[in-house]
Write a protein that binds this ligand. Structure first.
Ligand code: CMP
Length: 140
């Protein structure tokens, strides 16, 4: 995929849609393309992880304690939680089909978020939504 294609892909990801073209071009340089085969576990609940991923094509499932909680598709992202607090992965993310992603390391992710309030806010909204969902699932 050419750099310009990736810039266009990032423009369709709601998390990055508030960025200007120039910023998206700069952001594109922090990503590298990764394709995972069906069944591959990209993040494993309880383990460390250093990647943040945006899905370009394909489908992934999110499972927690063995229970599927969500499917993710093009434009969705995952892996932000462990990178924010450097804790273990909160869930397992498995490729359900061939999954083409753009991945960024934790050491790129932090400066990108720190320097862009337009990214930090929607990211906070997602983290809170995922937290609320997790709380609702707790019995009792
Ligand atoms: P992380 O904890 O780094 O690794 C597993 C990822 O699964 C997590 O980041 C989120 O990106 C994603 N995830 C966790 N909980 C949910 C949820 N309730 N809905 C959607 N995605 C989730």
């Amino acid at each position: 995929m050419g750099d310009q294609d990736l810039v266009a892909v990032l423009g369709r990801v709601p998390l990055f849609s508030a960025l200007g073209e120039k910023e998206r071009q700069r952001l594109a340089r922090s990503f590298s393309e990764r394709t995972f085969p069906p069944g591959h576990e990209i993040a494993v609940q309880g383990r460390d992880g250093v990647g943040f991923f945006v899905i370009d094509s394909g489908e992934a499932s999110v499972t927690k304690d063995g229970e599927e909680i969500r499917k993710l598709g093009p434009g969705d992202y995952f892996g932000e939680m462990a990178l924010i607090d450097q804790g273990p992965r909160s869930a397992t993310v498995t490729a359900e089909s061939e999954l083409r992603c753009h991945g960024m390391t934790s050491w790129s992710f932090r400066p990108v978020v720190e320097s862009h309030a337009e990214i930090a806010w929607p990211l906070l909204e997602t983290v809170v939504a995922r937290l609320r969902e997790a709380e609702q699932r707790r019995p009792g």
